[in-house]
Write a protein that binds this ligand. Sequence first.
Ligand SMILES: Nc1ncnc2c1ncn2[C@@H]1O[C@H](COP(=O)(O)OP(=O)(O)OP(=O)(O)O)[C@@H](O)[C@H]1O
Ligand SMILES: [Mg+2]
Length: 264
Amino acid sequence: MAATIAVLSQKGGTGKTTAVRTLRDVLQRIGLDVLAVDLDPQGNLSDYLDVDPDISPTIGDVLAGRAQAAAAVHNGIIPANLGLAEAELMLSGKMGRELALKRALNDARDAYDVILVDCPPALGLLTVNALVAADYALLSAEAQYFALQGVEQALEVIELARESLNPDLKWLGVLLNIADMRTRHSREAFDSLREHYGEKLIDATIRASIAYAESAERAVSILDYRPDLAVDYLNVTDEVLRRLGMEEPRRRLEALVRNGLRAA
Ligand SMILES: Nc1ncnc2c1ncn2[C@@H]1O[C@H](COP(=O)(O)OP(=O)(O)OP(=O)(O)O)[C@@H](O)[C@H]1O
Ligand SMILES: [Mg+2]
């Protein structure tokens, strides 16, 4: 049974898609079967993973009931395009609209160790679907003055999903992303998150670097493009695996790092 993780934030541009793309890469290199679900009509994750923009079926077709999830998996990802916005509209008038993704993923769950869901930058129906389908919610927060406010709002939506539709949903943690810990405002963002959320804040932060945009543009993983920076994501993955109780994969991660990030 896969551990399903929804990666979300209230604001746009907090590094969610980059986190999904990079976590997926690390988890695959340690031999886990990972399914990525692009739940954003922008389709950024699908672009990053070089999915043909005209491919079908997509997650929009799945949510609209036109395709099975398994048929929409292309190279380990269920891609999205603007058709997802239409599917969301269609879904919004239906009974059980919050349950569509959960139902769709039910058959797929057995085939994977981890399912990563990349949410759109809004706390609307699509993100609620992700939270209802997920076992865990991972919040991404950009290291800015308003980080705390964004996390607070996302937490309210997590709480709503838990109270009404998914009592088993667990909060995996907050990831401080695109951080420059040499600056005071990044450090203040970290400190205020620590003060409010304690151990829920992941100790390891993701440094800000133009290398992320460059590596995305070149369709090269940050692990290969800038292994020195990728250490941040290795540390975050280790902490995520620890919180998931996946000790064996953690040992494989340690070996991966020892072997210079080359998959076995
Ligand atoms: N650690 C980082 N340092 C600097 N830039 C980054 C970092 N991580 C991601 N970026 C860049 O920031 C931009 C936004 O990142 P990304 O698309 O991952 O965010 P997002 O939260 O998914 O955005 P959206 O809310 O629009 O879906 C991209 O250009 C990406 O390359
Ligand atoms: Mg995104």
